[in-house]
Design a protein around this ligand. Structure first.
Ligand SMILES: Cc1cc2nc3c(=O)[nH]c(=O)nc-3n(C[C@H](O)[C@H](O)[C@H](O)COP(=O)(O)OP(=O)(O)OC[C@H]3O[C@@H](n4cnc5c(N)ncnc54)[C@H](O)[C@@H]3O)c2cc1C
Length: 405
């Protein structure tokens, strides 16, 4: 390949690495740049939905992911005030339309590792770690980036097209002058993990969403570093509570005890605090540069849709770029990418994640009661439950996006 006849992918998170793998698998030369030396193991995405498992299968990732992850065929919503399980959903309802009627609990860094191992088998895949992109510009026939290399030097790289998979604070998005409208939630979210086995207690599933007017939570299980299983909890931390207070043992123990009283104290393995945003880029394309994943849209983690929809972006775009490479399509395909993915990010990911979060924390007792009733009715009616599962696992989003011409 000539130096410029390639796709540059900025960011080797789940979206960039999987897009890189898909491009390399199609024989498209791809250079993936990431500023970090290693895959970060911070606690972020943990759920692969049925739609994503189906898309990762042709890349050879799904079987190993299924071996390594926890199979979660159910998830549930609870009301902490009454202790009631308001609704439980069973992916078996989707068994006739997906080979993967389950959510797979697997940490984000393991998913990236599976993609990287496969991508490295292709000669046309070039991964450069500790390469930070500091600037981007375009000409009529190429896109160029300035890259800070591990020895501190600045290098210029060029490619035919570029995908910005560089996360919520995307430099690519800013360099392309693309707005990122939306809002930031008032409360921050704290993620804590514990070895306490919620599965042995009180009918918890591997994914549980617990409503409460002040201290709602989500409690999920992931395999953990030693595959013995670890439980992660998500709690809201309101702005009048300083970081030190919400990250302190006492505060965290109190939150766990509200979910499930337990003595001795919970064994806390890890804690982290995040500001959470709901934003969608004004465009997913500017000339030869496209955005995918968190660079294009961010949302709260209730429902586990950010990484999944980002992977869908990356694979949608990789297929279009591969078609252009083979001479089977022109750059109109890149506008089609924007038309297919951007409105769907609003309609499904933003709408559903905002609805999920608002339902968990609803303060008005009457609205809360109405929402619980609606959720109960949905779960009890197989057709409605199936439609809900198709929406929340993003099957409906993928179908609707792909139908856009
Ligand atoms: C607490 C929490 C829980 C979550 N749970 C879920 C879940 O269960 N399911 C789900 O689907 N989503 C979940 N998400 C969202 C998910 O983590 C993100 O959507 C996902 O990480 C997006 O992947 P990405 O590849 O687009 O971006 P990132 O994962 O942010 O990766 C971006 C990469 O770009 C690199 N980079 C950035 N800038 C540059 C630069 N200038 N030059 C070179 N490299 C650069 C970074 O080093 C990084 O490796 C969660 C998020 C949080 C915070």
């Amino acid at each position: 390949m000539t130096d410029t006849n390639r796709i540059i992918v900025v960011g080797a998170g789940p979206v960039g690495m999987i897009a890189g793998l898909a491009l390399a698998g199609e024989g498209v030369p791809v250079t993936v740049l990431d500023r970090l030396a290693d895959i970060p193991t911070d606690h972020r995405a943990s759920t692969l939905h049925p739609s994503t498992l189906a898309m990762l299968a042709p890349l050879g990732m799904t079987d190993e992911a299924l071996e390594r992850g926890l199979h979660s065929p159910h998830f549930q919503f609870r009301d902490r005030a009454s202790g009631e399980i308001v609704a439980e959903f069973d992916y078996a309802l989707l068994a006739d339309e997906t080979p993967y009627p389950l959510a797979l609990q697997l940490e984000q860094h393991k998913t990236i590792g599976l993609a990287e191992a496969r991508a490295r088998a292709f000669d046309c895949f070039d991964l450069r770690r500790e390469h930070e992109v500091t600037g981007m510009r375009q000409t009529a026939d190429r896109v160029e980036v300035d890259v800070r290399t591990p020895d501190g030097a600045t290098e210029r790289l060029a490619g035919r097209y570029l995908i910005g998979c560089d996360g919520g604070r995307s430099l690519v998005r800013r360099a392309a002058g693309i707005d990122f409208p939306g809002f930031t939630w008032e409360e921050r979210f704290i993620i804590v993990s514990t070895r306490f086995d919620f599965g042995a207690a009180d009918g918890f599933r591997y994914r549980n969403y617990i409503a409460h007017p002040d201290q709602w939570s989500a409690i999920i299980k992931v395999p953990g570093d030693d595959d013995r299983g670890v439980w992660r909890a998500l709690f809201p931390a309101f702005t009048d509570q300083p970081d030190e207070e919400v990250l302190a043992d006492d505060w965290i123990q109190a939150r766990f005890a509200e979910c499930l009283p337990y003595d001795p104290p919970y064994e806390i393995e890890h804690r982290n605090l995040y500001a959470i945003h709901q934003r969608v880029a004004a465009s997913f394309r500017r000339g030869r540069a496209m955005l995918a994943g968190d660079a294009a849209h961010v949302n709260n983690p209730v429902g586990g849709m950010g990484m999944n929809s980002g992977i869908h972006d990356g694979l949608n775009l990789a297929a279009k770029l591969a078609a252009i490479w083979r001479g089977e399509g022109d750059e109109d395909l890149l506008d089609l990418y924007d038309r297919q993915r951007r409105p769907m990010a609003e309609k499904y990911v933003q709408a559903q994640s905002i609805r999920n979060k608002e339902m968990l924390g609803e303060r008005d007792p009457e609205i809360r009661r109405r929402r619980f009733d609606e959720l109960r009715r949905t779960a009890d009616d197989p057709d409605a439950a199936r439609a809900y599962l198709r929406r929340s696992s993003l099957i409906a989003m993928v179908e609707e996006a792909n139908a856009i011409a």
